[in-house]
Design a protein around this ligand. Structure first.
Ligand SMILES: [Zn+2]
Ligand SMILES: [Zn+2]
Length: 237
């Protein structure tokens, strides 16, 4: 049990299949040290060039793993920019790593994809988001291999989102774009150290998927006030 708790503390899997009852909350201890962040007043005279520089929280590099449709990439880029105040860069597609393939279920292990994506890191202010159309999975005790929507290291620099399960029974294509964008904001939110939250009243994007598509479909796609404040503490823009 202890080993599982540690794994869940590092990797927060989201969107497990309906059988899963796991709700891996990350203990708040990891974020407790963020109090006391000081905001320095800019020096210099009013009207200097500093005001023209847009402030961004981080740069997120989008990396299609094998392939990812352009309209979904566009939706992810727009959502990350507007919800997380990040700069987005697009990397050329790269082939899925063989070492992440899981033959018994013919799909890819998400935590191994995160290991693979780590080679594209460029420092603490850069996040790497892999995007793929293939099915991905991870371990969710007691199940050795569970299909998921996405996985993000928390806190960390890498995350991965799969459209495979998000393409099931959509109302239309816009519905798929909306789901993929919501999961991308959620997983990148984890990389900034945000745990799952309890802001059901505002349908916060950091609610646990809790084993189905429903919470993704009802998500506001944006951060509730608690998560917004925590994000600003953990990663000031
Ligand atoms: Zn999550
Ligand atoms: Zn929240």
């Amino acid at each position: 049990m202890r080993r599982v708790a540690l794994i869940l503390g590092l990797l927060v899997g989201c969107g497990r299949a309906p059988e899963s009852g796991a709700t891996p909350d990350v203990p708040p201890s990891e974020v407790a040290q963020s109090e006391g962040v000081e905001i320095e007043e800019p020096e210099g005279e009013l009207g200097e060039a500093s005001a023209a520089e847009p402030q961004v929280r981080a740069t997120v590099i989008l990396i299609p793993l094998r392939s990812f449709p352009d309209d979904l990439l566009d939706a992810v880029e727009q959502a990350l920019q507007s919800e997380l105040d990040v700069e987005v860069e697009r990397h050329a597609a790269v082939e899925l790593p063989k070492q992440a393939y899981y033959p018994p279920r013919k799909r890819y292990r998400a935590e191994k994809l995160l290991d693979f994506l780590a080679q594209y890191e460029r420092g603490p202010d850069t996040k790497v988001l892999g995007l793929t159309e293939v099915d991905i999975s991870t371990t969710s005790d007691p199940y050795p291999d569970w299909g998921i929507f996405g996985l993000g290291s928390s806190p960390g620099t890498t995350a991965v989102v799969s459209s495979y399960r998000l393409k099931r029974k959509p109302r239309d294509r816009e519905h798929v774009r909306s789901r993929v964008a919501t999961v991308a904001v959620h997983e990148v939110g984890h990389t900034f150290g945000l745990p799952h939250c309890d802001e059901q009243a505002v349908e916060c994007v950091m609610l646990d998927a809790e084993g189905g598509i429903e919470n993704t479909d009802t998500s506001s796609g944006t951060f509730g006030p608690k998560c917004r404040a925590l994000l600003d503490l953990l990663a000031p823009p």
